[in-house]
Design a protein around this ligand. Structure first.
Ligand code: HEM
Length: 223
């Protein structure tokens, strides 16, 4: 196994990538599931969006839990990016000019693919915040999240951009979930098939669940 020959600091960084990645997967599953409420209609969806701000009351005050979640996901994203950059720099310094084993070259392609995909997803998230949180891209009414989503996806180029970003997310999740299981050591020859299956379910299920909303707007199912 590769991990055994890595210096401890690399293992710690890989563990940080795995844990921060897992936090984002949890967030994405909840976010995707929450988005599906839109199929119940405008008032249900707007009610759900308001509930997200009220959750935790009266122990927490208005929007406090939401802010806690925001702090956790921003910190996780920062940790994920920091560890990715640090591992990349470390690997570059350690790299010799010739690769002895084909597997290493393949791993290197996967790593490069993860970096490019990661940048695409990061840029998508910034655009997405401008689109649906700050309301800078399409007409926006803070009191009507349902209308914001429908109006926001009435532009086919925006829908196409979302679908491409979701495809990148799927590929990133597939390799990421698989690597996460290996790093966290819950992987073994015996359960290989199960963990690969989990990676496929997350990598297909999360982007597909998200994609239903822009596609439904584009097809006139949501209006
Ligand atoms: C078609 C798919 C998606 C739709 C329809 C959607 C919809 C939304 C909406 C309506 C909001 C604003 C929520 C509010 O302020 O009440 C939001 C926020 C957000 N979305 Fe998405 N989203 C999608 C995909 C994604 C993906 C793929 C990611 C991450 C990779 C993501 C990450 C976020 C983040 C970080 C926020 C900010 C949450 C906050 O303000 O606390 N979303 N999304």
């Amino acid at each position: 196994m590769q991990v055994a020959v890595l210096p401890t600091s690399s293992i710690a960084k890989k563990a940080l990538m795995a844990v921060t990645g897992a936090i984002w997967i949890g967030y994405l599953i909840l976010h995707m599931w929450g988005n599906l409420h839109i199929f119940k209609g405008a008032s249900e969806f707007n009610h759900y969006a308001e509930f997200l701000r009220e959750v935790g009351e009266p122990v927490f005050s208005y929007a406090q839990v939401l802010w806690l979640i925001r702090i956790v996901i921003v910190a996780a994203l920062a940790g994920h990016i920091w560890a990715a950059v640090a591992l990349y720099n470390q690997a570059r310094q350690a790299r010799t000019t010739h690769y002895a084993v084909k597997r290493v070259v393949q791993a290197n392609y996967a790593a490069r693919f993860m970096r490019i995909g990661g940048v695409v997803i990061f840029l998508f998230v910034i655009f997405h915040l401008a689109h649906y949180t700050w309301g800078w891209v399409t007409p926006f009414d803070r009191a009507d999240p349902y209308r914001n989503v429908v109006v926001g996806f009435s532009s086919p180029p925006i829908v196409l951009f979302y679908l491409l970003a979701l495809a990148s997310l799927g590929l990133h999740l597939f390799h990421g979930v698989w690597s996460m299981f290996q790093t966290l050591g819950v992987n073994s020859q015996r359960y290989d098939g199960f963990f690969r299956g989990m990676a496929v379910v997350v990598a297909l299920g999360v982007p597909a669940g998200f994609a239903t909303v822009p596609l439904a707007v584009l097809l006139g199912i949501l209006n």
